[in-house]
Design a protein around this ligand. Structure first.
Ligand code: 5GP
Ligand code: ZN
Length: 115
């Protein structure tokens, strides 16, 4: 737990969020400024600033997150219609919360290439 990290504080329930799914390793909650009808963030409970900081021995956590996303998409009713998963990493990506998080977008047609 990093005391000054908003996502650590959401994971520990110190800050409120609309939680969609949680287990012992990860938490999924709705984004506060949604960019699509469905915009949910999925984070590990453990703090890693970005994908670049996940040690090789903890990469199983990413597999766990990805394995839960279809069920989270189903809970948000976008599994059949389709959805997009985004993992911003570092300055050029636009990452601005430095606690690893996947975005799950759905409920509208996505554009390609992304902006
Ligand atoms: P990034 O740009 O780092 O990939 O995405 C960070 C995301 O976190 C943004 O979509 C932003 O709206 C969301 N966010 C930032 N602060 C909060 C918060 O306090 N609560 C929730 N639910 N989402 C947040
Ligand atoms: Zn954190």
């Amino acid at each position: 737990m990093k005391r000054d990290c908003i996502f650590c504080r959401i994971a520990s329930k110190e800050l409120p969020a609309k939680i969609v799914y949680e287990d012992d390793r990860i938490v999924a909650f709705d984004d506060i400024r949604p960019q699509a009808p469905v915009h949910t963030l999925i984070i590990p409970r453990d703090h890693f600033a970005s994908l670049n900081e996940v040690p090789a021995g903890r990469m199983d956590l990413l597999q766990h997150i990805l394995s839960k996303i279809p069920a989270i998409a189903a809970a948000k009713e976008v599994k059949a219609g389709g959805y997009r998963v985004v993992l911003n990493t570092g300055p050029d990506s636009g990452q601005d919360v430095f606690h690893l998080h996947f975005h799950l977008f759905g409920g509208r047609k996505m554009h390609w290439p992304p902006g």
